[in-house]
Design a protein around this ligand. Structure first.
Ligand SMILES: CC(C)(COP(=O)(O)OP(=O)(O)OC[C@H]1O[C@@H](n2cnc3c(N)ncnc32)[C@H](O)[C@@H]1OP(=O)(O)O)[C@@H](O)C(=O)NCCC(=O)NCCS
Length: 219
């Protein structure tokens, strides 16, 4: 795990990577933020959180730590791996074949893949007690640094129509809406009726990508 942003003064420390042993806590934050959307596919909540924790890729996130406790997390998808893992076989193993197949169909509706040169955000969530204190913004700043370190051309994310607060945060951080997919048939099931894709460009980091970091490509 790389330490970064140590000089931020008061407030949580921002770091790259989920600390070993913090998988359950990250899954809890993630479920708090996205449980409405993930519930039909991975619920009930205890089971969904356990599935997320068991399949996290700890090297695909930046986190905010307050006295060692994760109070914010921003996941990303880079070079074929996202923070949230678990392939079709894992879903069928955890939920059984009969119950697992419809869950896979729902998950496929939510699945997104980055294009080459893109870092794709895989969810950002801040502990409700810490919201409105700049943690989300600091996580986004660190994500932009990660993207630059991997020579990504741009960062892409999706935001649902029921989340104007997150959208405002993204706009303040330079994200621009590209397109909106209207999904009124998902409103009752997953809680949202439209998804907007946003992007922002990434400046190259001085010196560019170092040899031991994955390239910004989908493989
Ligand atoms: C969206 C989310 C990640 C933002 O995190 P956050 O830590 O609250 O973000 P910030 O504090 O950086 O900025 C958010 C707000 O706090 C304000 N703020 C920023 N720093 C502040 C500070 N030091 N003191 C007071 N307010 C501050 C910002 O102006 C902003 O206000 P607004 O939302 O009313 O326009 C958080 O609300 C969250 O986890 N939501 C649930 C999950 C979610 O929706 N994720 C996004 C899915 S696309």
């Amino acid at each position: 795990m790389e330490a970064v942003d140590e000089a931020a003064g008061a407030g949580p420390v921002i770091r790259r990577g989920v600390p070993a042993g913090a998988e359950d806590r990250v899954a809890q934050l993630y479920w708090e933020a996205f449980g409405r959307k993930l519930g039909p596919a991975l619920g009930p909540p205890d089971r969904g959180r356990a599935f997320l924790a068991a399949h996290l890729h700890r090297d695909r996130a930046v986190v905010a730590l307050d006295a060692g406790r994760v109070v914010g997390v921003a996941g990303y998808h880079l070079a074929g791996r996202a923070l949230t893992g678990g392939d079709a076989a894992a879903v069928l193993a955890a939920y059984g074949v009969l119950r697992g197949l419809p869950r896979l169909a729902l998950l496929s509706l939510l699945e997104r893949r980055p294009a080459d040169g893109q870092l794709l955000m895989d969810g950002i969530a801040v502990d409700p007690d810490w919201r409105g204190r700049g943690v989300g913004g600091r996580l986004l700043t660190e994500i932009a640094r990660v993207a630059a370190a991997h020579d990504c051309r741009e960062i892409r994310l999706d935001v649902v129509d029921t989340n104007p607060r997150a959208r405002r945060l993204y706009e303040r951080h330079g994200f621009v809406a590209l397109s909106t997919e209207h999904t009124p048939y998902l409103r009752r099931l997953l809680g949202f009726g439209a998804v907007t894709t946003m992007r922002r460009g990434v400046g190259r980091s001085p010196g560019g990508r170092s040899g031991d970091r994955p390239e910004c490509r989908y493989r």
